[in-house]
Design a protein around this ligand. Structure first.
Ligand code: ARG
Length: 267
């Protein structure tokens, strides 16, 4: 399991996204049960409205992200290759339809992969953009207060396990799954202080999937504003009963993200 998941994550980090990853999975894609929440993507979701999640970003290597500042995208460490100058990534934002003429496209200048990232936990990274994008940003949770309840997930990733990437942004909601249950589901592969799980543990059917990685998992804070609690990281297949989605626990890394972003701001 450990090795398989690591391989999955590495495969995706190379940007091969869905196909190669699913082919690594022993006899699954077609056999998977879509569960009781049918519908289009993320898995088990619906199309997002234009402007509903204005800080959502699509990254050209096939990942999601969120605008942490107007010039810094928060994504997953496994979506990038390391830390350093990087002008090869294009961020697309401002449109639920990636092919829309309204979509804003900006290149990267620098990538900062979470210090100490080695494929287990710490799955976050920052991408500095060549210029600011004039869109709202998404605040990140800096306490554990919001690590519970019902979360929203969104992305342009596969709409089912083994499915294709989506042109239109999709969204869904998933309940929190506690660390004990998630750790049990994954046979000890969870890093509880660094990862937070969500999904319908018993039934599956709703989840993020390949290509959603790096995108935010978020909820409303006590003031009614969206706040990011997770970064899409990994799971066994997508939306399978018994296997919740695993997300980077943003509150754990909020201080590191903040100081890393401040460092990028000076670049
Ligand atoms: N690692 C995947 C990616 O690179 C995300 C997988 C999320 N899987 C899940 N079952 N929630 O896009």
């Amino acid at each position: 399991m450990r090795n398989f998941l690591t391989v999955l994550k590495r495969t995706l980090a190379v940007g091969a996204v869905a196909l190669a990853a699913v082919s690594l999975q022993p006899g699954t894609a077609l056999a998977s049960d879509p569960g009781p929440h049918p519908g289009p993507s993320v898995v088990g979701g619906t199309t997002a409205q234009q402007g509903e999640f204005p800080w959502m970003v699509r990254l050209s290597m096939g990942c999601g992200g969120s605008l942490y500042t107007q010039q810094i995208v928060l994504t997953a460490a496994h979506c990038v290759n390391g830390t350093g100058a990087n002008t090869s990534i294009t961020a697309t934002a401002g449109a639920v339809d990636l092919n829309s003429s309204q979509a804003v496209k900006v290149k990267s200048t620098y990538v900062l992969q979470a210090p100490g990232y080695n494929g287990t936990g710490k799955d976050w990274a920052l991408i500095k953009l060549a210029k600011p994008i004039n869109l709202p940003t998404l605040n990140i949770a800096d306490t554990t207060a919001y690590n519970n309840g019902t979360f929203t997930i969104a992305g342009w990733g596969a709409d089912r396990e083994g499915g294709s990437q989506q042109r239109q942004l999709r969204k869904a909601t998933v309940p929190y799954v506690d660390d004990t249950a998630c750790q049990r589901a994954y046979g000890g592969s969870l890093t509880p202080g660094e990862e937070i799980c969500a999904g319908y543990l018993q039934t599956g059917g709703v989840d993020t999937c390949q290509g959603d990685s790096g995108g935010p998992m978020f909820r409303k804070d006590n003031a009614g504003a969206w706040i990011q609690v997770g970064v899409v990281s990994w799971g066994q297949g997508c939306a399978r009963p018994g296997y919740p989605g695993v997300y980077t626990e943003v509150s754990t890394f909020a201080a590191s993200i903040k100081s890393a972003a401040a460092g990028l701001g000076r670049r």
